[in-house]
Design a protein around this ligand. Structure first.
Ligand code: SF4
Length: 333
């Protein structure tokens, strides 16, 4: 197929028919010359408006238990197996968490995610989360999400009963590349956690981390694997190489390539909440607002788990300039 026919077919399937692209077509789009990136971004933006509407969802995240993680994820500065400057800290108390959640609510955010750097929750952690989730929700009116690693069925059920709105568990990368990045747990364990989250009625937030050395084919493979899980939200992280981690020597993704992949994730996953997450400021630089018109419809504002983001005011100003309304998105599903 010629380049022009590829673009025409993409428009026909996604915009005229409201359908889904097959992965081969998506793979062909990933190989188009850079001059086509704005065209892909434009189609992705139209797809996002058609399927999700104009609203942008804002979320704050808070690391309530930082560092000292037993796992060996090669990108992560919170692993106790890497010689990283991030040191382990104990579980924050409820007051500190509610203070941070209230600050998040003041930005117009609707979602607040409590994040723990752990393989999965032990019984003590489960009991704390079962207390904390309803407390934060009642104090702030925010939807409360949790990210606490690998869950079994019973744990997922308990978190759902406690009122957890969304559970975050990232696949991070394609099954065929996962073994290069993590050896202490398997891709299948992650996939199974995502499955039990949905089975127990929580919304699934399942993110990716691009730029770890995976191939374009593996990114397309990952889109296919995300389709199997059908998550509500997909946060897109870009590798921000952290000192002391095995990936510290990797180069950051090129900004235009990052825009291409934002667009491709929207074209491949037309109805998801596609959220800007870690690494966007350092990867995209001046192109951050272009991502908002390339398929992104949600942001994490403020700081990330171990790195600083730009100020929420700058993001809110960007959304105002783009005339994009802020609100909750899960109701649309
Ligand atoms: S990504 Fe999560 S599981 Fe992996 S080392 Fe970091 S905190 Fe632990």
């Amino acid at each position: 197929m010629s380049d022009a026919s590829l673009i025409a077919e993409t428009r026909r399937v996604l915009l005229d028919q409201g359908g889904e692209l097959d992965l081969e077509l998506l793979d062909s789009l990933s190989r188009l010359d850079d001059v086509y990136v704005p065209t892909l971004a434009g189609i992705a933006h139209r797809v996002r408006l058609d399927r999700c509407g104009p609203t942008v969802e804002i979320e704050g995240i808070l690391s309530v238990k930082t560092g000292g993680c037993s796992e060996d994820c090669a990108f992560c500065s919170q692993s106790s197996r890497h010689d990283s400057p991030v040191k382990a800290t104990p579980f924050l108390d409820a007051e500190e968490v509610i203070r941070a959640a209230s600050e998040t609510a003041a930005t117009g955010a609707t979602e607040f995610c409590i994040v723990l750097a752990i393989r999965g929750p032990d019984e003590r952690t489960m009991l704390r989360l079962e207390e904390l989730v309803p407390e934060v929700a009642a104090a702030t009116g925010l939807n409360v999400a949790v990210s606490a690693g690998i869950l079994d069925h019973d744990q997922a059920k308990r978190l759902a009963v406690a009122g957890t709105h969304r559970y975050n568990h990232n696949l991070e990368t394609a099954k065929s590349y996962f073994g290069e990045i993590v050896t202490t747990h398997t891709w299948e364990e992650r996939f199974e956690t995502c499955r039990v989250v949905k089975e127990n009625g929580m919304e699934l937030c399942c993110g990716v981390l691009l730029g770890m050395g995976e191939t374009s084919e593996q990114r397309i493979e990952l889109i296919g694997q995300l389709r199997e899980l059908d998550p509500t939200e997909v946060p897109v992280n870009f590798l921000n190489p952290r000192p002391g981690t095995p990936l510290q020597v990797r180069k950051r993704m090129n900004p235009l390539d990052a825009i291409r992949w934002i667009a491709l994730f929207r074209l491949g996953l037309p109805g998801v909440i596609l959220r800007y997450a870690g690494g966007r400021e350092v990867t995209l630089g001046e192109l951050q607002s272009m991502g908002m018109t390339a398929g992104i419809n949600a942001l994490i504002v403020g700081n990330y788990l171990t790195t600083l983001g730009r100020s929420p005011d700058e993001d809110l100003a960007m959304l105002e300039d783009l005339a994009m309304p802020v609100g909750a998105l899960s109701a649309a599903f």
